[in-house]
Design a protein around this ligand. Structure first.
Ligand code: BES
Ligand code: MN
Ligand code: ZN
Length: 486
């Protein structure tokens, strides 16, 4: 696989890395590709048979977009996506050799993109197994820097992160009938075992005893009882502690405020935040990042039934604040409230939550860009920067204080719905009420609304498949590294 780009005169050019393949094909590669209609546009993809002139039977050329200006390099993102297009398009092929330009991130983007593109989900295929094209098995990265320690480190890191992202995709893609809160918690326990992490799992009895009214209220309509998972990684040289909190609704029917039929199936992705925080913690542990991380996953299934919570019920959140539930479909913030208060008790340096929280996120930012809100501009900036490095689209959003009064309740401390305009921000304002203090100041906190980005309803693109995407994992790993070295 090689890269092509579009020069300023509109002509297709070969990207660095394509030289030896071009030489083996009598330097006719660019002309041939051009004749086939290739322009170098990002993600465009053409295959050429090599008729025995190279070790590979075919060459695949993927567009990197506009060629960089003089003295500049291709962006890590362009390379990451092109590598992903290649391995994704080549599903069904065993072995792919990739020769793309190195960027200011070295071979990291090539390795990440290639590994993330080589993903398929086939666990539930049976009769249709034969039509299924298996993911690429072996990837060779061709690079002059291949033997450097930096390249080796980049490769290990890419493998850890890609494996983590794919694990989250698997969890999101798993049918909710096979991933109730109990099974999700079991998964977390297995991860704790494997990576030697401390784990605590509260079951419904312990949740009742502890006063976790949000998690219990949301879970009470389901025959599959809720859980709260706490997973902890500690490094002896750590100077900072991050609490990661993830929304873990294993299925969100809306409860008695039932969702419409169309696209309810999407709601199997409503545990994407919980999956991201648990799995990111295992990746941070594997990479031995010198920082402490505690992941919190409040897990519940939101179902309508004779035992379900009703609109107008009042719940008491962990720590005593009361919430009037005016809409049972605004359930994520209820389970998060318990977990945020509990996480605050441990006085971490930062609290960051990830949640498929609102449809309003999709309205505001579209399907691929997560909204980042919070009470600390520096932390919010650190997150959007980490996302950019990691190749994820995240954008800073405000929490306008005047939205708080729309959440005032007639009977309780706060209601779970408010203004529908700015719904993503209103949800963030709700969460803000449950962030504890440290030395008299609110704990620095950020909230990631990943409703759209966690699940790709559309066609695959770049290294992103249809279905579960693994959103936020790569950003969390990057952020842990950035905060550890700050
Ligand atoms: N899980 C949904 C949000 C969601 C919507 C995620 C679409 C992914 C795609 C959440 O629990 C929800 O239902 N939110 C409501 C809140 C409203 C009732 C205030 C929403 O966004 O409609
Ligand atoms: Mn909901
Ligand atoms: Zn939900």
């Amino acid at each position: 696989m090689i890269g092509v780009a579009r020069a300023s005169d509109g002509k297709i050019i070969l990207a660095p890395g394509a030289e030896s393949v071009d030489a083996a094909l009598n330097r006719r590669l660019a002309a041939t590709l051009s004749q086939l209609g290739a322009t170098g546009k990002a993600s465009e993809c053409h295959r050429i048979a090599t008729f025995g002139n190279t070790a590979a039977q075919q060459v695949i050329a993927v567009g990197l977009g506009d060629a960089p200006r003089r003295n500049q390099r291709f962006s890590p993102d362009a390379v990451r996506r092109a590598a992903g297009v290649a391995t994704r398009e080549l599903a069904g092929t065993r072995h792919v050799a990739i020769s793309l330009p190195t960027t200011d991130q070295g071979i990291r983007p090539t390795a990440e993109g290639a590994l993330l593109g080589a993903y398929t989900y086939y666990r539930y295929r049976n009769a249709s197994q034969a039509d299924h094209r298996a993911a690429v098995e072996t990837i060779t990265i061709v690079s002059d820097d291949a033997r450097t320690p930096e390249a080796k480190r980049a490769l290990t890191r890419a493998q850890v992160v890609a494996e983590a992202v794919c694990k989250v995709r698997d969890l999101v893609n798993t049918p909710p009938s096979d991933l109730h809160p109990k099974e999700f918690a079991q998964f977390a326990a297995e991860q704790a075992d494997q990576y030697n992490l401390d784990i605590e799992i509260l079951d419904e009895r312990q949740l009742k005893k502890g006063g976790y009214g949000g998690i219990l209220g949301v879970g009470q309509g389901s025959i599959n009882p809720p859980r709260l998972v706490r997973l902890q990684y500690r490094h002896p040289k750590a100077k900072k502690t991050i609490a990661l909190v993830g929304k873990g609704i294993t299925f969100d029917s809306g409860g008695l405020s039932l969702k419409p039929t169309a696209s309810m199936d999407w709601m199997k992705s409503d545990m994407g935040g919980a999956a991201a925080v648990i799995v990111a913690t295992t990746a941070i542990a594997q990479l031995k990042v010198p920082i402490n991380v505690t992941a919190w996953a409040p897990l519940a299934e939101n179902m309508p039934s004779g035992s379900a919570q009703r609109p107008s019920d009042v719940l008491t959140i962990f720590g005593g604040k009361t919430v009037e539930v005016l809409n049972t479909d605004a359930e994520g913030r209820l389970v998060l409230a318990d977990a945020l208060v509990r996480a605050s008790e441990e006085q971490p340096d930062y609290i960051i939550d990830a949640a498929t929280l609102t449809g309003a996120q999709l309205v505001a930012l579209g399907t691929r860009t997560s909204g980042v809100m919070g009470n600390d501009d520096d932390l919010r900036k650190a997150i959007t920067d980490a996302a950019t490095t990691a190749g994820e689209q995240m954008w800073p959003m405000p929490l306008p204080p005047e939205l708080r009064k729309s959440l005032d309740s007639q009977v309780a401390d706060i209601a779970n719905i408010g203004d529908s305009y700015g719904g993503m921000l209103v949800a963030g304002i709700f969460l803000q009420d449950f962030i504890g203090k440290r030395d008299g100041e609110p704990i620095p906190w950020a909230h990631l609304d990943i409703a759209g980005p966690a699940f790709n309803q559309g066609n695959p693109y770049g290294y992103t498949p249809k279905g579960g995407t693994g959103a936020a994992v790569a950003t969390f790993v990057q952020l842990a590294e950035d905060l550890a070295s700050a």
